[in-house]
Design a protein around this ligand. Structure first.
Ligand SMILES: [Zn+2]
Length: 110
């Protein structure tokens, strides 16, 4: 593959860039934040047997955020980028990633 995966860093402000940290699942494995040598952010499956490619973090975060906005149009107006993570973990228990980014299975909190 030739892609070096490094442990994900947090930015200097201490806020978590990976707003879906702890929410994304591949089967029964929790996807982990990873960055590549060009500093592109990804989520990766920790299962070395898994053939899921790295998931581009910006793409999946945008997609999940768009879903949130669809359901919470009012809230979305007042939630800053820094607040997105807490907004999402407040209503989402887990997101299971299917074979592609268009097949996300949302597990909402009751
Ligand atoms: Zn996997």
């Amino acid at each position: 593959m030739g892609i070096m995966v490094n442990p994900a860093r947090r930015d200097t402000t201490g806020s978590d860039l990976y707003i879906l940290r702890g929410l994304l699942w591949c089967g029964d494995r929790l996807l982990i934040p990873a960055s590549t040598d060009d500093d592109t952010r990804h989520y990766a499956c920790p299962d070395t047997e898994c053939d899921r490619p790295l998931i581009n973090a910006e793409e999946i975060e945008q997609q999940v955020w768009q879903r949130y906005v669809q359901l919470n149009a009012d809230a979305a107006d007042v939630v800053s980028r820094d607040q997105r993570r807490s907004a999402l973990v407040g209503i989402l228990a887990r997101i299971t990633v299917g074979t592609s980014l268009v097949s996300l299975d949302y597990g909402w909190r009751d």
